[in-house]
Design a protein around this ligand. Structure first.
Ligand SMILES: Cc1cc2nc3c(=O)[nH]c(=O)nc-3n(C[C@H](O)[C@H](O)[C@H](O)COP(=O)(O)OP(=O)(O)OC[C@H]3O[C@@H](n4cnc5c(N)ncnc54)[C@H](O)[C@@H]3O)c2cc1C
Length: 384
């Protein structure tokens, strides 16, 4: 019997590849009609590239994206606050950070797993366990039997809802717009990651291909706000008017219909990720705010760890509990760190922001370099 995976996002596809490499048969069930439909860009951090390397995909991902040449936090007026030492991380761990279109990353993973293992327009609505494994229920009433069920169905996971009960995610107090500008990093003089901090607002971006630049803008706002069609770019221009270049250029070179607005949410960590032959993976297990660029990276680390625990395991449930034990603390650490990083980054008060910015500029660079390299070194993906 196959291992069933609910969700064909970054976590689900990576889990499938890792489990295949561990000798397991897999079948993915994705509610959308195309797993590559996801737009926008993403930073694949050094530790994510280490995990992709373990899946045999690092070269293909690098070829489909852009090696990020550096990373810097800046004030809204463009003055540097703090370098993030990507070069040192790359030197220490042998992998770069990469900017890539989500669709391109998912395309590389889909090719590795084989489209025949992915069933689209298939929404998981729950499961039931018995002595021989698990039966996943799909919308429409069909049941599919498997040896195990991996809930990789994102922050609104149906598998998680059955396992832990329905619970609303925690709103972080700010919303995020994402867009793709038709402009090359070279034209902007931006070959790496940048993020600019203002008062209650941030703007950042990365190159994701030879001629496209991905940007995001975060601003304190009530939950569930909406932008009228055609108003989004003018509104962003007004909200980020005090920000230095490349903000104005990026907004001017973006087609408004592609701009996505997302309320930033997470879920406080839970100790329970599974039962019997069922477990959670990626955002379904540990949805975090995007402030550390680690959501997908942690899903990739989950996948590699799951593969290692499954390899050669005679019984499914103990292998899943090994995986959960190996991953819980590290993922929870990033949930907390991302939440607090976002709180500080979204401060609004003039005095608080001035003190924050001054403090960032006096942190010794050697100390920051050491801390950054160590954070990326916590990438021992798995129990072995
Ligand atoms: C604004 C923003 C910026 C981000 N930037 C970064 C970044 O730069 N770097 C980074 O590492 N992370 C980033 N993240 C986080 C990252 O997007 C997620 O952590 C990552 O996508 C998690 O992958 P996943 O596969 O667990 O979940 P998802 O990407 O949510 O995938 C879940 C999949 O399951 C499918 N699905 C959902 N429900 C069902 C169901 N019931 N049945 C079947 N299929 C279902 C969905 O259609 C989807 O394809 C960002 C997040 C946000 C909101």
């Amino acid at each position: 019997m196959a291992w069933l995976i609910a969700g064909g996002g970054i976590g689900g596809l990576a889990a499938a590849i890792a489990l295949r490499r561990a000798g397991r048969e897999v079948q993915i069930f994705e509610r959308a009609d195309d797993v590559r439909a996801s737009g926008q860009g993403i930073t694949v951090s050094v530790n994510a590239m280490v995990a992709l390397g373990e899946l045999g995909l690092a070269d293909a991902v690098l070829a489909a994206g852009v090696r990020l040449s550096g990373a810097e936090l800046r004030r809204a007026d463009g003055r540097a606050l703090m370098p993030l030492h990507m070069d040192a991380m790359e030197a220490a761990h042998g992998m770069p950070s990469v900017g890539i279109l989500r669709g391109a990353l998912l395309g590389v993973m889909l090719e590795a797993i084989g489209a025949e293992r992915v069933r689209t327009s298939a929404r998981c609505v729950g499961y039931r366990m018995d002595g021989e494994g698990v039966a996943m229920r799909l919308a429409g009433g069909e049941e599919v039997r498997g040896e195990a069920l991996i809930g990789a169905d994102g922050a609104g996971s149906a598998v998680r809802a059955q396992l832990l009960g329905e619970a609303a995610p925690r709103y972080a107090g700010y919303t995020c717009w994402r867009g793709l500008a038709d402009v090359a990093g070279e034209e902007l003089g931006e070959g790496g990651f940048f993020e600019m901090w203002g008062r209650g607002a941030r703007f950042g971006g990365i190159p994701v291909s030879a001629d496209r630049f991905f940007w995001y803008a975060a601003a304190n706002a009530p939950r569930r706000g909406r932008d009228e069609a055609g108003e989004v770019i003018p509104r962003l221009r007004a909200r980020f008017a005090g920000f230095a270049e490349p903000v104005a250029t990026l907004l001017a070179r973006t087609a408004p219909e592609g701009v996505l607005r997302t309320d930033i949410e997470d879920r406080p960590p839970t100790a329970r990720w599974g039962e019997g032959p069922v477990t959670l993976l990626g955002d379904a297990a540990h949805a975090m705010t995007p402030n550390m660029g680690q959501g997908a990276s942690q899903a990739l680390e989950d996948a590699v760890t799951l593969g290692r625990c499954a390899e050669g395991a005679v019984a499914v449930a103990p292998a899943l509990r090994d995986y959960e034990r190996a991953r819980r603390a590290r993922a929870a650490g990033f949930v907390h760190a991302s939440w607090w990083a976002g709180r500080v980054a979204q401060w609004e008060g003039g005095l608080a922001c001035a003190a924050r910015d001054a403090a960032m500029r006096v942190v010794p660079r050697a100390l920051m370099r050491e801390l950054t390299v160590r954070a990326a070194a916590m990438t021992r993906v798995g129990p072995r």
